[in-house]
Design a binder for this molecule. Structure first.
Ligand SMILES: [Zn+2]
Length: 81
């Protein structure tokens, strides 16, 4: 009788564990990975925010800057010089 109860409890916890794992797994799947895809950067020339993936990356004076356009990159470079 006691043995049966023990196995019942064990089965219950095993069931709970599986359910929990399945739930957290689904929750992880629903969340997009928090990466640098939507990261915003500021154009130091016109001070506009653009997404990093669309920005023009340029090294000015040893520092990496992000620009909204080629024109801004050139203007900033000229300002620095
Ligand atoms: Zn700009």
């Amino acid at each position: 009788m006691l043995k049966l109860l023990f196995f019942g409890v064990l089965a219950y916890f095993a069931f709970r564990f599986v359910q929990k794992a399945r739930l957290s797994g689904r929750r992880e799947h629903g969340h997009p990975k928090s990466g640098s895809v939507d990261e915003m950067v500021q154009d130091p020339n016109c001070l506009t925010y653009i997404s990093k993936v669309n920005a023009i990356k340029k090294n000015v004076g040893g520092e990496t800057h992000f620009f909204c356009s080629q024109a801004c990159a050139e203007k900033f470079q000229n300002k620095k010089m």
